[in-house]
Design a protein around this ligand. Structure first.
Ligand code: AMP
Length: 282
């Protein structure tokens, strides 16, 4: 496995791999890797000849009062996990290699980013799309692998790729969870023991939504209300949103659709968690 921090060198390594007609896959991450990230690299390994993982804590996707400076950085362990998952190349730029002082270009998806995470974190998705566009340009992939965990993010990336006529296939991989249901996240390590216990209400609310859609005649609005009630009844959990929306557009649904996505976001102390679940209606 090669580890490289210079964009021009990465470009050259991928160009050489491409000469052998390799299908190139990229897995963008911010490091502090866990089994969810590993599942993306393993999926890329099954679908691609040359697998690039990227590790970059992207400053432009954090808001001014967010956790950029204390975001976990565990590079040595991350590289070990990439190696075990059989990545071919890990791109580990530092901030000055990704953003020159005179940079002034932003890639912006205008509408999909206005709701949910974008409403709570107004500059977040501009940072995500700009850095992912740069990572796509540097690694020139055929396929890119993202987690369903960040449901809105994978939709935003799909929009960007379609709108900019980028011939990259976006593959969305299932959410990897802890045994008790908590979606794996680099931020879970911030939780105190008590918060860790309380965090279970997020996945429980999604399970409730799944059951109501499948087993009752409840409408999306009624399901949302029951999910919200469950979360609001848990001490120490501050609800940002619990909603049931179109999985394609994130717009509200009329009546009962065939399927939808339930999305939740909540804060436990200083830690903000998100999770989601596809719902099938009976
Ligand atoms: P991050 O390092 O948090 O920016 O995440 C990098 C990629 O890993 C994103 O595509 C995430 O959606 C994905 N990811 C994060 N957590 C999980 C998880 N629990 N299961 C599957 N994918 C995940």
């Amino acid at each position: 496995m090669q580890v490289e921090s210079t964009p021009s060198v990465v470009r050259e390594i991928v160009r050489t791999a491409r000469r052998d007609r390799a299908v190139v896959g990229v897995v963008p991450t911010m490091g502090a890797l866990h089994a969810g990230h590993v599942s993306l690299i393993e999926r890329a390994r099954t679908e691609c000849d040359f697998v690039v993982a990227t590790i970059f804590v992207n400053p432009t996707q954090f808001g001014p009062n967010e956790d950029f400076s204390k975001y976990p950085r565990t590079m040595e362990q991350d590289l070990e996990m990439c190696k075990n998952a059989d990545a071919d190349l890990v791109f580990t730029p530092d901030t000055s290699q990704m953003y020159t002082a005179d940079a002034e270009t932003v890639v912006k998806v205008t509408q999909l980013t206005s709701r949910l995470e974008g409403a709570v974190r107004p500059t977040h998705f501009d940072g995500v799309t700009t850095v992912v566009a740069k990572l796509f340009n540097i690694t020139d992939p055929d396929k890119a692998f993202f987690g369903q965990k960040d449901f809105q993010q994978q939709l935003v990336i799909r929009r960007m790729v379609a709108d900019l006529d980028w011939g990259i296939e976006i593959v969305t991989c299932p959410i990897v969870r802890e045994a008790d249901g908590l979606a794996m996240s680099s931020r879970n390590r911030y939780l105190s023991a008590e918060e860790r216990q309380r965090s279970l209400v997020l996945s429980q609310s999604l399970q409730l939504g799944k059951k109501l859609a499948l087993e009752t005649a409840a409408t999306p609005a009624e399901i949302e209300r029951q999910m919200q009630d469950l979360i609001l009844a848990t001490d120490g959990v501050v609800l940002d949103y619990a909603v049931v929306l179109s999985a394609d557009s994130l717009l509200p649904l009329q009546n009962r659709p065939d399927s939808a996505v339930a999305l939740v976001a909540a804060r436990l102390g200083a830690t903000r968690l998100i999770d989601n679940q596809i719902l099938q209606f009976r």
